[in-house]
Design a binder for this molecule. Sequence first.
Ligand code: NAD
Ligand code: UDP
Ligand code: UDP
Length: 316
Amino acid sequence: MLNKKKILVTGGAGFLGSHLCRRLIDQGHDVICVDNFFTGDKSNIIDLLDNKRFELMRHDVTFPLYVEVNEIYNLACPASPIHYQHDPVQTTKTSVHGAINMLGLAKRTGAKIFQASTSEVYGDPIIHPQVESYWGNVNPIGDRSCYDEGKRCAETLFFDYKKQHDVNIKVARIFNTYGPNMHPDDGRVVSNFIMQALQNKDITLYGQGTQTRSFCYVSDLIDAFLLFMDTPKEVSGPINLGNPVEFTIRELAEKVIALTGSSSKITFAPLPNDDPKQRQPDISLAKKALNWEPKIHLEEGLIKTINYFDNIIKNS
Ligand code: NAD
Ligand code: UDP
Ligand code: UDP
């Protein structure tokens, strides 16, 4: 293959990482998948294990890693609030020490490096929709801070390695994404609602369900990752990546019930601390810099995701 690369994907056994590894392998590249299996699972990449261009390494990115690669996608970090709040110190270490180690690796090898940052850098945003120039509204000492501030510090490190060491960085601020390979017990809203609906259990709406999110289907997001990595060196971001169509969480619950034909009832549970009230990406920059916008509508993506979880339940 022309232009075959050796590519490191950290967090490669997780939801997004497993889709990314598969796409890179399909393109003919060599992939090193690094994961400590905190939230990821071998089952997400089971079909890749026999591929001679795919290598799986159990490793924690808070420790140094010496491999020779051309590109790095740094995705290692638990993304669901229940998981990242389970061991908040480790979450901050993963974002901050992980970024330092991966940036050190990029500096030494000259590899391009992509950072999976997040819409959480905007906290509970006052500017709506969120543009990249907005600095955010983040509580530095709350339940979500280990994730939000860890990711903010990682962004700082990325831009300082660029300024100080001329590292070729690509920083993406990812908004809520869903699809197959989300862990059934992941705790995020799409997997929770679908698993509950398929089993005719109560749908747990936190708060009144008036808070909003904008949901991107995973294949659209992976398209954007690849396009971003291929941009010229001067394109570093941060760039928002997500689907700008905004829904209330209640609307999401109703859609999932309708699409599954479930007899589940909606129940109300307390809203978690610091839960952002609204979130919607402004993707003007992504449209311009990457010539990209999401193609998959929520219903279409939900049907694919429902089929995935339905199979998991049937085979369990
Ligand atoms: P995920 O939890 O499914 O995947 C994260 C992966 O990282 C898991 O496989 C986990 O085992 C691994 N990991 C965690 N800590 C590690 C460590 N110290 N060393 C090595 N591996 C480690 O989550 P995801 O949804 O696939 O998210 C991937 C990345 O994208 C994360 O960095 C997340 O913050 C970011 N992101 C995701 C979303 C989303 O909606 N899915 C939104 C914004 C940002
Ligand atoms: N590092 C790594 N792999 C490498 C190169 C560096 O894990 O291939 C780690 C290294 O352990 C260091 C960190 O990345 O702690 C930052 O590296 P850098 O060269 O920026 O810093 P220094 O080694 O000068 O402290
Ligand atoms: N949520 C909910 N019920 C659930 C899980 C989540 O109502 O079972 C809400 C949650 O309070 C938040 C939204 O759905 O307002 C998205 O939550 P998620 O954990 O998926 O992501 P994040 O809050 O990080 O955007």
